[in-house]
Design a binder for this molecule. Structure first.
Ligand code: ZN
Length: 225
């Protein structure tokens, strides 16, 4: 076959490919939500999982590249926690991180007291002082991990409407002193009552689930401010 023929055929195949794509019926869209400075915009308790979350996150004071990188790592670990703790009912699809901005669903601030704060359905704040735990404990990476758990805890209030469990003996992310990254049985029951279409694996299937279901990687981009 001559070179000319090959080129012609390739163009023809490309054109046909284009027509074919256009003729395809729309694929069913996976449900998605946007979370921003106004919090959660709609009732999502009846949405069909898996629900992808797109959110904005803001760092109010201009931070150095190293801190921003650690915040990004915490967001990635939070995405893993959310995926595992809800058994894939929710996952982080996209994060737009804004430096030197107040405009975000998550606020990364240096707070005087440990911990963060959130309100049901609204944006929340986490404490970037947690990143200093590396120096305090002498263990590299602890700060990023604890900040990720902090995000998951406040998200538990804001998005999942779970209450604090301080003062209880529960081993739960809603009880940070228990140093557990999962939800307790009581929180899981509350979640299954609230989110009508959610299902959690039971028995032996629970332990297998995390190994069999790889966490979707979130896209984290630096946004304009
Ligand atoms: Zn709990």
């Amino acid at each position: 076959m001559s070179v000319k023929h090959t080129v012609f055929l390739q163009v023809f195949v490309l054109l046909m490919g284009g027509c074919y794509t256009q003729m395809q019926p729309d694929k069913p869209k996976m449900p998605e939500l946007w979370l921003d400075a106004k919090g959660v915009h709609q009732d999502y308790t009846a949405m069909n999982p898996p629900v992808g979350l797109n959110l904005t996150a803001a760092i109010p004071l201009l931070r150095d590249a190293e801190t921003i990188d650690k915040i990004k790592q915490s967001l990635e670990q939070f995405a893993g926690l959310l995926w595992a703790d809800t058994f894939g009912q929710l996952y982080i699809k996209q994060v737009i991180l804004r430096n030197n901005s107040q405009d975000g669903y998550i606020h990364f601030e240096k707070l005087e007291k440990l911990g963060g704060h959130a309100r049901f359905g609204g944006p929340f704040t986490v404490n970037t002082n947690l990143l200093d735990l590396d120096q305090k404990t002498g263990r590299k990476g602890v700060g990023v991990k604890v900040l990720a758990a902090g995000i998951m805890h406040e998200f538990g209030h804001s998005m999942l409407l779970l209450k604090d469990e301080y003062g209880t003996t529960r081993e739960c992310i809603m009880h940070p002193q228990s140093r557990t990254s999962h939800f307790c049985e009581s929180c899981e029951k509350e979640l299954l009552d609230r989110f009508k279409n959610w299902k959690f694996p039971v028995g032996d299937e629970r332990a297998k689930w995390v190994n069999q279901n790889k966490v979707p990687e979130p896209t984290i981009t630096m946004g304009k401010y």
